[in-house]
Write a protein that binds this ligand. Structure first.
Ligand SMILES: O=C(O)[C@H](CS(=O)(=O)O)OP(=O)(O)O
Length: 258
């Protein structure tokens, strides 16, 4: 166990397992030795590891990937696209059996491809949350899809009511859709509406880019839940959360501006 120094005055971060301040990582199928090394160094900073898209389905090492996460106290989660394809092909029962067999404990229920109705999504969340932790994502993967703030917030609220543990705000790996304008800047009206209507400890904002992480940390503090964090950005993100990087050092009063 890492014995972190404690002589600096920094914002408090809860220990894992924690109910806020989550770091959710997007794993695109990194080689197992790299995952092992990454978890040895920064596993204590990671709460959820999403095995992105359908990579889990193709990965001969998926059981090892899942087992490594579990032994590091990290929730291994299947990507939402896999769930959406299983739904389209009427293979949800098969997905459940297979996910249980490989030891996955969480499934993302998303509608990025926009082929699932609201009522079908609610039923999926309801059903899957009896056996898995469900991360229910709102938002389309198509940047041309309109973002209607009131619809987003009500979909997120109904996903939580249907049994989702967390409501995930779509930002993709790119950080250019859903929560973000095509230039990567935030849709602040959406953020404001989410903050006004939903419990923030149950919301994960996908924030793959540094500037997006900074914006959300400055708006909500060190313990905002952030998702789709690239694996090699876990430690840098933690420095942003606690003000050990120039971008947030003044906000967190790690240095007092003159
Ligand atoms: O929805 C997501 O955030 C991810 C990554 S991306 O949107 O496809 O870039 O997809 P998922 O299928 O949930 O892994």
């Amino acid at each position: 166990m890492w014995d972190c120094p404690s002589f600096l005055d920094l914002p408090e971060r809860p220990e894992k397992p924690r109910s806020c301040g989550l770091t959710h990582v997007l794993d695109k199928g990194m080689p197992i030795p790299i995952l092992e090394a990454m978890l040895a160094q920064s596993g204590h900073l990671i709460d959820v590891l999403k095995i992105g898209w359908g990579t889990a389905y193709l990965d001969p090492a998926v059981k090892d990937r899942v087992a490594l996460c579990r032994s590091a106290g990290i929730v291994p989660c299947l990507g939402g696209t896999l769930l959406e394809i299983c739904h389209a092909q009427h293979r949800i029962d098969e997905l459940v059996d297979w996910a249980t067999g490989v030891g996955v404990s969480a499934i993302e229920v998303s509608n990025g491809l926009q082929a699932i109705s609201r009522s079908e999504k609610t039923s999926l969340v309801n059903r899957l949350s009896r056996e898995f932790l469900v991360l229910a994502e709102t938002g389309a993967k198509d940047s041309a899809a309109p973002v209607v703030v009131s619809d987003w917030v009500s979909e997120m609220a109904s996903d939580l009511a249907a049994g989702a543990q967390w409501a995930v705000v779509e930002g993709r790996e790119s950080g250019t859709v859903g929560l973000y304008h095509p230039d990567g800047s935030l849709r602040t009206d959406l953020v404001d509406a989410i903050a006004a209507r939903l419990p923030l400890e149950r919301v994960i904002f996908e924030a793959p880019r540094k500037q997006q992480q900074v914006w959300l940390i400055e708006r909500f503090g060190a313990n905002v839940n952030l998702g789709n964090v690239p694996p090699d950005e876990v430690m840098p993100l933690e420095t942003l959360r606690v003000g050990l990087r120039a971008d947030t050092a003044v906000t967190h009063r790690a240095v007092v501006a003159r």
